[in-house]
Ligand binder design. Structure first.
Ligand SMILES: [Fe+2]
Length: 321
């Protein structure tokens, strides 16, 4: 099993760098340059000065590498000045070392920046591909191509208000965006039927969360989102489908999504129903606390200001075809 030590906090990384530079400087200064044995240790310690610039390049890119190498260069130059006063040959040797610090900082710094930029391009391309897919699905069923994107934004706003940690929001956003991808497997005569569905047709319709799960879980960066897709029709009291999950058995992303999706369904203009007012939608959500919805999630939803929800609605308005 692969083990990693996550050091994601920027302040922690800066503290590690400062401590490392301080420790290397201290031991380097304290270790004498004579006799020979001590000089060997002194030179080995000097090589440790390469670590902070490389680490800064990996963590912060070119800019962080330059700042760190500047600090290392100043401290190292002081050593050359104090330990080798008037020894120009040795000071020239130290100058060469100084140049090496900058090479090992600038080259990886540039490469790490380039890598981050390419990874961001790939992530953007992935997202644009998914947006095209869900837009096509929305157009097919709802005659609007922005439903899933709007629901994603409502869900993420709710996740923020609920205090969900940043790293979980990515899965929640993709889960909300792709929630109905399994409807690809639902025949047109059922999905687009204008009247009530018969029981066998409902049975077919209720298969779409599992179908969506099977599609999404095959994509490695969407495994977390797949769980939300699978559970997006579960109800808090266990009366939902397909597995009848109850309470906290339902993934948090799905509990957040359910409230966002119902709010969107009620407040959106559709060819087959008129939209409800904000007040009506909020009252209808409030009426299903504990049955359909997680009470804690609805509490967080009620704290969202009306204008925040309206800003999202306006972002995607005028998309009915
Ligand atoms: Fe659905």
């Amino acid at each position: 099993m692969r083990m990693t030590i996550p050091i994601n906090n920027k302040k922690v990384k800066i503290t590690v760098l400062v401590c490392l530079v301080a420790l290397v400087t201290l031991f380097h200064f304290l270790t004498p340059t004579a006799p020979h044995n001590y000089h060997v240790a002194h030179i080995v310690l000097r090589k440790l000065y390469f670590l902070p610039p490389v680490m800064a390049a990996a963590w912060f890119g070119l800019r962080g590498a330059v700042v760190t190498t500047l600090a290392v260069s100043i401290l190292f130059s002081l050593h050359a000045f104090f330990d080798w006063p008037g020894n120009y040959m040795e000071q020239a040797n130290q100058l060469g070392e100084l140049a090496s610090f900058w090479v090992v900082a600038l080259v990886p710094g540039y490469l790490f920046d380039r890598q981050r930029s390419l990874l961001a391009d790939i992530a953007r391309a992935n997202e644009e591909t998914l947006l095209a897919l869900v837009s096509a699905l929305d157009l097919r069923e709802k005659k609007t191509r922005m439903h899933s994107q709007r629901v994603r934004d409502y869900t993420l706003l709710l996740a923020y208000r609920f205090g969900v940690e940043e790293k979980r929001k990515r899965d929640i956003g993709f889960g909300a965006l792709l929630h109905d991808v399994g409807k690809l497997a639902v025949p047109d005569q059922i999905l687009l039927k204008p009247g009530e569905l018969s029981e066998p047709e409902w049975e077919e319709m209720r298969k779409h969360p599992a179908a969506g799960y099977r599609i999404v879980k095959r994509i490695s960066f969407l495994k977390g989102a797949a769980e939300i897709v699978y559970a997006h029709h579960e109800h808090f009291d266990g009366t939902g489908y397909p597995r009848g999950l109850k309470g906290m058995e339902i993934p948090l992303g799905a509990r957040l999504f359910m409230v966002a999706d119902v709010y969107d369904a009620l407040t959106s203009e559709r060819p087959y129903h008129a939209k409800s007012s904000y007040e009506t939608a909020v009252a209808m959500i409030g009426a299903k606390v504990g049955s359909h919805f997680d009470p804690a999630v609805v509490d967080a939803f009620m704290q969202i200001e009306r204008k925040e929800l309206q800003a999202i609605a306006e972002r995607y308005q005028g998309e009915i075809v």
